[in-house]
Design a protein around this ligand. Structure first.
Ligand code: PMP
Length: 436
């Protein structure tokens, strides 16, 4: 078992200077019983090394972007080359065209794209564009889907199946929250009800087509088709937040995932992207139908800009990452590793009489401590967080790095090996036994 005195010391120091000691609340250990998060100093492939020289097998993948493993040589080389040529121009470059073209080829609903710096910005702007295009204000979203930290999408459901939102954060005016309606995921009836009541004022329905934020959750058969149909009947736009799902399951996005019978029937009007498309550097992008995207400045009246947007380092890393992902068989390999790991986790849970629900989608899965399916946020909330906290700490102490949240997925990368999976299952066997 590991000791982490340097992480403890750095955390105390960080608390003096950085709010909460972390630059994103998801990095704090608040949800798993508190204490110092691990301060890493180096990462390569599937591994992290912390400041105390402990090694970890990483399943966080920086919340998704690191699908090729840390410091992939092809991506590193692209970043170094870009840095040597200047990190920021404030002018267009050919690189941006290359990445835009790659995105369009993989996701045909993107007639035009625009690069920004984060998923938050991408989502925030799709809402502005949808409002500009429809000249309506309200947004319908789904409980438990996370769309970044802009005002409109940081709003939760009130009580009842179909309600106006209440702010999820201090500093968001109630008047803004009242522009947002939150309904349960996988519940077409609730969406229909919301559209009956507010459809004429609704600019867009926003959804993670495959959910990554309260576990990995597939839409029920027909859910996305119904969502698109009902939304369009109401004269509103469909926005997919594919910040996590794009290039996660295959070379494409959820809207082109082979499991869905009819891709055309589930095509959105606008899509928000981020994470993997930047190869580990800051990025976001949004895009969609030509006439909608032409609302954006300098062509149209919807304003959006960015000093750092389309910077050559992020764009180069993104191109390099997508090049790696085009290698044949790469997604099947991640799928096989995830299947093996998921089966091992289930077995160790069963051995110890611990209820566990695993939702696996290709190379990622969520593992919820509960004895019921997880297909919506309510079910994900109704899982054992305390048990997860104990499991998380036992895994960490054995050198397995997971996200410190019971909702977060495990992400396989192209760098993980069979041996890593076996090591992880052995660690899980110890952790599960400790939960008995
Ligand atoms: N949308 C989704 C689906 C996300 O998972 C996230 C981040 N986890 C975001 C948007 C926000 O992206 P960012 O953190 O890059 O602002």
């Amino acid at each position: 078992n590991q000791n982490r005195p340097q992480s403890e010391a750095l955390y105390q120091e960080a608390l003096q200077h950085i709010v909460g000691g972390v630059n994103s609340p998801s990095r704090s250990f608040k949800a798993v019983g508190g204490g110092a998060p691990v301060f890493m100093k180096r990462a390569e492939g599937a591994y992290f090394w912390d400041v105390d020289d402990n090694r970890y097998i990483d399943y966080l993948a920086a919340y998704g972007p690191i699908i090729t493993g840390h410091a992939h040589p092809h991506i590193t080389e692209a970043i170094v080359r870009a840095a040597a040529n200047g990190t920021l121009y404030g002018t267009p470059t050919e690189l941006e065209i290359t990445l835009a073209r790659m995105l369009k080829q993989a996701i045909p609903s993107l007639d035009k794209v625009r690069f920004v710096n984060s998923g938050t910005e991408a989502v925030m702007t799709t809402i502005r564009v949808a409002r500009a295009y429809t000249k309506r204000n309200k947004i319908i979203k789904f409980a438990g889907c996370y769309h970044g930290h802009s005002d409109l999408v940081l709003v939760a459901a009130g009580s009842g199946p179909s309600t106006l939102g209440i702010p999820d954060s201090a500093g968001i005016p109630t008047s803004i929250a009242h522009e947002v309606i939150t309904v349960p995921f996988n519940d077409l009836g609730a969406l229909e009800q919301a559209l009956q009541r507010w459809g004429n004022d609704t600019a867009a329905v926003m959804v993670e087509p495959i959910v990554g934020n309260f576990g990995m959750v597939m839409p029920h058969e027909g859910f996305l088709e119904g969502l698109c149909k009902l939304t369009r009947e109401a004269g509103a736009l469909v926005i997919y937040d594919e910040v996590i799902s794009a290039f996660r399951f295959h070379y494409g996005s959820a809207q082109t995932y082979a499991t869905f019978a009819d891709h055309a029937a589930i095509e959105p009007d606008l899509t928000a992207l981020g994470k993997i498309i930047g190869g580990g550097l800051p990025i976001g992008a949004y895009g969609g139908r030509r006439e909608i995207m032409e609302q954006v400045a300098p062509l149209g009246p919807a304003y959006q800009a960015g000093t750092m947007a389309g910077n050559p380092a992020s764009i180069s890393a993104g191109i390099a990452c997508l090049e790696v992902l085009q290698e044949p068989g790469i997604y099947d390999r991640m799928d096989a590793l995830a299947s093996k790991l998921a089966a091992g986790l289930m077995e160790t849970a069963r051995e110890n009489g611990i209820p566990l629900t695993i939702n696996q989608i290709r190379g990622s899965f969520s593992a919820h401590f509960c004895d019921h399916p997880v297909t919506n946020y309510e079910q994900a909330q109704d899982t054992d967080g305390e048990r997860f906290g104990t499991f998380f700490r036992h895994m960490l102490d054995q050198g397995i790095n997971l996200a410190p949240s019971k909702y977060e997925a495990w992400f396989l990368t192209t760098a993980h090996t069979d041996e890593d999976i076996e090591t992880t299952i052995e660690a899980a066997r110890v952790a599960m036994a400790a939960l008995r």
